[in-house]
Design a protein around this ligand. Structure first.
Ligand code: PAF
Length: 283
């Protein structure tokens, strides 16, 4: 596995691959890799001749008072996990090079409206931070494919919009959520949970399954299903931020004629803000 830290070295490797006519896939990450990331990598290796993983804890997607400073940085562990995982290139960019003008004044990319709902409501600027760094990665790696996990479903839909709006010739691929045995969606932030909190955390997936079951059985009183989901999480000891039924395609408010809908949740458990979602096919 080759490893590069700067854009000049990255572009040199990419140029060589392109000259050989090889296809490229990228898996952008913030490190602290788990089985969810490795499943993206496995798919990336199947899709393309060359696979790049980037590890960069992107400061501009964290709000004031969020966990940027404490976000787990486990580079050596990550390298060990990536060895033998079929990866061609690890890219660990540095802050100065990605934000040459300084983080506060650098050019930003923003996908309007959809970035302000759900997670965007409580995390203003978060999705602009995400799509800005993803744009920089796509411009420099020029991949045929970029893979993202569906746990961050709003992020995935926003990145798809950004790529389409900016006419970037990369196919964005969403990959299924990987869960622990008890249903908890894998996430780097699960490591913030105490043992007692970890036992409560599967309530999130349980609440989604309950809602999906109601919707699947023809319940169209979405407001009620949302409030019941909320209440279920509260009684399990979590602090839900939202429990929302949306159209899967663009996360607009769902109505009873929609056939592809998703239930999305964000909830606090101790110092961890956890998100999850489930798709429901009503066709
Ligand atoms: O999902 C993540 O890990 C991050 O938001 C991403 C896409 C790597 C951008 O920093």
């Amino acid at each position: 596995m080759q490893s590069v830290k700067d854009l000049t070295a990255l572009r040199k490797v990419i140029r060589e691959w392109k000259q050989n006519g090889e296809t490229i896939a990228i898996v952008p990450t913030m490190g602290n890799l788990h089985a969810g990331h490795l499943s993206l990598l496995e798919e990336a290796s199947k899709l393309s001749d060359r696979t790049v993983v980037s590890i960069f804890v992107n400061p501009i997607q964290f709000g004031k008072g969020e966990d940027y400073q404490s976000y787990p940085s486990t580079l050596q562990d990550d390298r060990d996990k990536l060895e033998g995982a079929g990866l061609d290139l690890l890219f660990t960019p540095n802050l100065q090079e990605l934000y040459p003008g300084g983080m506060d004044v650098d050019t930003r990319v923003n996908v309007p409206k959809i970035s302000d709902i759900l997670c965007g409501k409580s995390r203003p600027g978060h999705f602009s931070g995400v799509v800005t760094v993803v744009t920089k990665l796509l411009i420099n790696v020029t991949p045929d494919y970029a893979l993202f996990g569906e746990k961050d479903f709003q992020q995935l839909i926003i990145i798809k919009r950004m790529v389409s709006d900016l006419c970037i010739p990369t196919e964005i691929i969403g990959m299924p959520i990987i869960r622990e045995d008890d249903g908890l969606a894998m996430s780097s932030r699960n490591s913030y949970l105490s043992q007692a909190e970890r036992k409560l955390a599967p309530a999130i997936y349980q609440s989604l399954l309950t809602a999906a079951d109601k919707l699947g059985r023809g319940d169209t009183s979405f407001d009620d299903v949302e409030s019941q989901g909320h209440a279920e999480l509260e009684s399990a000891g979590l602090k839900p931020e939202y429990f929302s039924i949306r159209r899967t395609s663009d996360l607009g408010e769902a109505n009873s004629s929609d056939q592809q809908i998703s239930v999305l949740v964000a909830a606090w458990l101790g110092s961890a803000r956890l998100i999850d979602n489930i798709k429901v096919d009503l066709s």
